[in-house]
Design a binder for this molecule. Sequence first.
Ligand code: NDP
Length: 590
Amino acid sequence: MPTLDNDAVKSRYAQEREKRLRADGNAQYVRLAGDLATDPYEPMVERPPCRDHVTVAIVGGGFAGLLTASRLSELGLDDFRVVEKGGGFGGTWYWNRYPGVQCDTASMVYMPLLEETGYMPSEKYAHGPEILDHCERIAHHFDLSDKALFHTVVTDLEWDDEAARWIVRTDRGDEFTAQFVAMGTGPLHVAKLPGIPGIQSFEGHAFHTSRWDYDYTGGDARGAPLDNLGDKRVGVIGTGATSVQVVPSLAPWVEELYVFQRTPSSVDVRDNHPIDPEWFESIATPGWQQRWLENFTANQAMGTAEEDLVQDGWTDVSRRIRDLIASLPPEKMTREGFANAFQEADIEKMSEIRARIDDVVDDPETADALKAWYWQFCKRPCFHDEYLDAFNSPNTHLVDTNGQGVERVTPAGVVAGGREYELDCLIFASGFEVGTAYTDRAGFEVTGRDGRRLSEEWRDGMRTMQGTYVHGFPNAFLVQPFQGGNLISNIPHNLVEAARTIAMIVAHTLEGGHSRVEVSAEAQEDWLALLRSAPPRVAGAGGCTPGYYNNEGQPGAGDFVGGYPGGPQRYFQYLDDWRSTGSFDGLEFS
Ligand code: NDP
């Protein structure tokens, strides 16, 4: 490998960031509306509104909601209700059924409750339909289906302090009460479109990847041929993790494919393979999945693993960092020395990823345009074995916009770089809202004790203890990773632990004859101070290219979604210790 000029690389990173910075940040996007927002998968079923009481209301039927419900169920707490905006369980896996949909995290650790449900994943990296089936499996195993309200959007949560209950209101006319609420609304559920002129004017067919229209394209999410597209010119806007999977699945079926790129993703090797049942039997001894979860987490940066069970792109970069740190002479074992080791490992990894493009992509100009010039964790790392190769196909064209994005949509197609591309079908792989205010994304206000509004409490950023409890909002829990483990390489691990904790807290409150549980103001402040003591993200120091990991390059709420300073492995150990004391320090029961 040639010696890398790290300064030249860093200066290119800065230039590429500069090119993409824009003052409107998150405001550059618009939400789906009208037909673009409709659920193409399940019809709405009429039902009378609910006016009753349950012990726990769970908002969201994705992994967060499914896991919370399952853990409550395991503790014999069956009086709960799941409210879900989709027509079934699955959350992101319900909505994202685009061709090629697959999980980038190994199924042995990504798919929760495998051991409890007795399921062996078919591949190292499972495809979406298998994960959606697994969501159904969990629902079936824990008998959750008749406890769910589907196609129902919570519009308001209001605490009634006298009754010590939450009032839950929905867009289906429900108004029921719940002693506890658990909000598992997910970080990636509000689809967004580029807010460019003319988006409504397109006269061809258009949809967002999370509302894939198989009636139009033919085929299905399980890989049946997209056989209606043979005479169609198709455009895809966006080159994030979704597009990386969509492009190679579309390319063989369409007449012409135009991929409009603003920023390339880093695309590492995938290396998927079927899981061998004999091998699985040999490792699936009691407690296996918890062991794998802990091992994967211990293999992330700041972890202490001695072996690597999963062995993939996520653990590879962390291993390099750890190896580099271990090789430092004692005088370089300093914060600066660690920072340099992080940067060196990152530059080495990204250089390899860029070099692979030259090996795979025939056209040098296209290869060059596909190279990502930023620290690997500035954007979601991607893994795929066919994405780059798709651009060798004569019908597949990369339209690179030099960091500026597409300019406008016209009745006939898309304009980029001053040229109009005529299209029959336009697919928005433009992602989901992340950095906007929590209550805007959730779609409901949460009004706690003394009329406190969550939107106001969090005006300057999220404020919680462990990412779960908010002072002023008794009996309410968030089921999500930020301000807790913050393990982004395996979101379900965060949810498995949060759900387990919440079920224990609910049980403890009820068993103690209490009506309320709330984090004290002091404990929350202490937690926030602990989070602030974490060193800044080293690899991105000096600036990341804009994206949803850094609030589109703007200061703001996105800056305050870090995690436990010791990293996810230590966080989960801390949480386990905290739970096992049984006193749940920081929480007040009354
Ligand atoms: P992303 O937000 O990652 O990507 C959106 C894409 O749209 C980016 O390439 C963005 O460019 C581009 N874009 C936005 N506006 C414009 C414009 N005006 N012109 C041209 N391009 C534009 O969304 P995804 O749906 O791809 O992924 C969201 C997340 O979902 C992932 O990060 C990942 O966490 C998860 N996911 C996981 C998968 C897995 O496990 N395999 C698969 C798919 C998604 P720019 O980068 O410049 O902003």
